[in-house]
Ligand binder design. Structure first.
Ligand SMILES: O=C(O)CCC(=O)C(=O)O
Length: 302
């Protein structure tokens, strides 16, 4: 654990230098009491007015908000096929960066060759800032229903804090560090802001073998003390399951276009695909400005 903290120290120092307030959130944002004090939830009736048209999505705002508040996750969002096709087309024709390494650029179809060149498993391929070249992505990020959900859930004008597009590739024998960097194999919570809401969309069909996202329902609000007084965000899956119950563990499968919104302060993780590569889009919102490094998925300073 100490080694992990030391390895990340330069990254944290750089993030704090960019915005010293981030360090305060990073230190205290893991405690429910400080989260609630820093960003209280709205009291009483709130307007849950559906935006009047213009959205790509047909989900009902009150029902999404209800699911988010109760479980921390809502699955009612379906991306129209033309945007799934446009993002897939973009991803298949642009190089991604393996394991967050900018020296490891390859087209997704050349994943195995890239692994052979790198001499190690490549679990993820991120598009980093090139994702901005895909017009569908900005349409989703600025969609009126997406923004309204974020505004109501965050009780604030939502600030975009992340836009990531990435592949999770099947891998035979990933190391613990590879898994850690890919946010796979270990439940963790995100400490990006006092309140965060992330929207994820599958751009490929994701079945149980294709590395589905896993979410621990309810852990966004009902938090064990040991998961507040913790220096690290990652915890063994068995320990998290024992704490919050197997019945609350939700393995999110769905066809291409399937979307879900989640409070990413709850425990969640990706899994290593044993089947086909998974392409996923994340659009995240917070209440303050998050470090710019993370916006397109840059993980650590190398
Ligand atoms: O790949 C996934 O499904 C989850 C990604 C994740 O947990 C993260 O980036 O924090």
């Amino acid at each position: 654990m100490i080694r992990r903290i030391i390895a990340r120290a330069p990254t944290y120092i750089a993030d704090a230098a960019q915005d010293p307030k981030w360090l305060v959130m990073f230190a205290f944002g893991r405690f429910m009491m400080f989260r609630r004090l820093a960003w209280p939830s709205p009291v009483g009736e709130e307007p849950s007015d559906q935006p009047a048209g213009g959205s790509l999505f047909t989900a009902s705002l009150p029902s999404v908000l209800h699911d988010l508040r109760t479980d921390g996750i809502s699955t009612g969002l379906m991306l129209p096929p033309e945007h799934v096709a446009a993002i897939r087309q973009f991803a298949e024709s642009h190089p991604c960066f393996g394991n967050f390494n900018r020296d490891l650029a390859f087209l997704p179809e050349a994943h195995r060759e890239a692994e052979a060149r790198a001499g190690k498993p490549i679990l993820t391929g991120h598009y980093l800032e090139s994702v901005e070249q895909c017009p569908s992505v900005d349409l989703i990020r600025s969609d009126p229903l997406i923004l309204r959900i974020a505004e109501r859930y965050l009780a604030s004008t939502p600030k975009p804090i992340s836009t990531r597009l990435w592949w999770s590739f099947p891998a035979a024998a990933p190391s613990e560090q590879d898994l850690h960097h890919a946010s796979q194999g270990k439940m963790h919570f995100d400490l990006d802001d006092w309140r965060t809401l992330k929207f994820f969309f599958y751009l490929t069909d994701v079945g149980p073998a294709d590395g589905p996202h896993v979410y621990m329902r309810g852990s966004h609000e009902r938090r064990k003390w040991r998961h507040q007084f913790t220096p690290v965000v990652g915890h063994d899956t068995a320990e998290v399951v024992a704490a919050y119950g197997r019945d609350n563990l939700f393995e999110v499968c769905g066809a291409a276009g399937f979307g879900f919104a989640e409070d990413s302060f709850a425990f969640h993780m990706g899994q290593v695909s044993r089947g086909k590569p998974r392409l996923m889009l994340e659009v995240g919102f917070g209440v303050s400005s998050a470090p710019s490094r993370r916006f397109h998925g840059e993980l650590v300073l190398h």
